[in-house]
Design a protein around this ligand. Structure first.
Ligand code: ATP
Ligand code: MG
Ligand code: MG
Length: 376
């Protein structure tokens, strides 16, 4: 079988390697952290992501190269494209590494984003805040995740400190109108190197402290909205010429408008529910997409709620899973634990997740509530 090289060796790479191994592929990850989640189940080259020698070694050992995080050094990506096969190319990475480029590309695909402005100075921020209104959200254009690198401006008094703080990184800034959303949704689309596109069912996402907490599927929305959300994701995958997975995060307002928040050109935390709940998981789909195989059926087989296991949840979760749960079995609730093999259970660190399969999402939510593990 062929070998797939992955830039990055975290949990997304691990789950990709686990799915792809079943399909007969071998995996090798380039990752600086020794014994990383992916390295435990695949080969690993231990080196910095921007280490050219190591990247060349990866290119030599792999027939196909992909990535599991989006901040891949563009020079390394360009080099890999010369020395190996990178079906996803580097264009989509370049676009999604920068919020302004990403927003322009989404708009060019005919999909709406929250009104926004490019910010180059505190004066420009004042003018933009006037125009877009408060509250609005100031974000660094690059490098942010889990809500890091952003500041919600609620009054004029926030402008100066927010500008001072976020401009310190040297990154370009963008101001977005605050969308008073009813729900946050995401859709993962896959586009194969042959141009075939399929989307997964819509996930309804609940964040706590800007970190994904729950993905509820089916999302508690109308058929019409679900269809529009999936169509919008297809349009983006097509418009941006994606290959592999592309995750589309969006806001749904009370009046039924959808605004795209951001994209991720890789497997996504809100797609982990697919591992047991869909006929094809997002990881298998990604491997199919980059290896020019026909895409798999994305149908949902059961209602499911995914709940993230952060550092502070690991111990109680392990305790809970060490005991038989007759009540859950009786009610047809099947919680599936996934742990990523990370040793240091730091607070807020993503250590694993549980996919709670049940006859309804309410039953799954009730199980999560009853465990007492995720209560604040
Ligand atoms: P991720 O970990 O998903 O990459 P991130 O740091 O890139 O997160 P965003 O997804 O842009 O950040 O924002 C984090 C969260 O903040 C969103 O999921 C949403 O709850 C809230 N948020 C961001 N932008 C807006 C907005 N324009 N209006 C309302 N809420 C917003
Ligand atoms: Mg993000
Ligand atoms: Mg986000």
């Amino acid at each position: 079988g062929a070998t797939i090289g992955i830039l990055g060796g975290g949990q997304l790479g691990r789950m990709m390697a686990l799915a792809g191994s079943n399909m007969g592929y071998r995996f090798v990850a380039l990752e600086p952290v020794q014994d990383a989640p992916c390295g435990q189940v695949a080969g690993q080259i231990v080196a910095a992501y921007d280490d050219r020698e190591a990247a060349r070694e990866l290119a030599k050992r792999a027939d196909v190269i992909t990535y599991e995080f989006e901040n891949v050094d563009s020079g390394v990506a360009a080099m890999l494209m010369e020395e190996s096969y990178v079906p996803q190319g580097s264009q989509l990475l370049h676009t999604t590494q920068h919020r302004l480029r990403e927003k322009r590309a989404i708009e060019a695909a005919g999909v709406q984003v929250a009104p926004y402005a490019e910010i180059g100075s505190e004066q420009e921020l004042r003018e933009a805040a006037e125009r877009l209104g408060l509250p609005s959200v100031l974000k660094t254009a690059t490098g942010g995740y889990d809500g890091k690198g952003q500041w919600v401006l609620r009054s004029e008094a926030d402008i100066a400190p927010a500008y001072a703080e976020l401009s310190r990184s040297g990154a370009q800034l963008v101001l977005e109108q605050f969308i008073r959303f009813d729900k946050e949704l995401s859709v993962i689309a896959a586009r194969s190197s042959l141009g075939e596109i399929k989307t997964f069912p819509v996930a309804e996402n609940i964040h706590v402290d800007n970190i994904l907490h729950l993905s509820i599927v089916p999302a508690r929305i109308s058929e019409d909205i679900a269809e529009r959300a999936r169509e919008l994701a297809m349009k983006i995958a097509e418009g941006l010429g994606a290959v592999g997975l592309i995750a589309v995060e969006m806001f749904l307002t009370a009046s039924g408008e959808l605004y795209v928040n951001e994209l991720a050109p890789r497997p996504h935390n809100s797609g982990h529910y697919t591992m047991e709940a869909c006929r094809t998981s997002q990881f298998e789909q990604h491997v199919r997409a980059i290896c020019s195989l026909p895409l798999g059926d994305t149908s949902l087989m059961t209602p499911v709620v995914m709940v993230n296991v952060l550092g502070e949840h690991v111990e109680p979760v392990i305790e809970r899973f060490a005991k038989a749960d007759e009540a859950a079995v009786k009610r047809g609730v099947a919680p599936k634990l996934h742990l990523y093999g990370k040793s240091e259970a730091k607070a807020k660190r993503k250590m694993g997740h549980v996919n709670v399969l049940a006859a309804s999402v309410d039953q799954a939510l009730a199980w999560i509530d009853e465990t007492n593990i995720w209560r604040a």
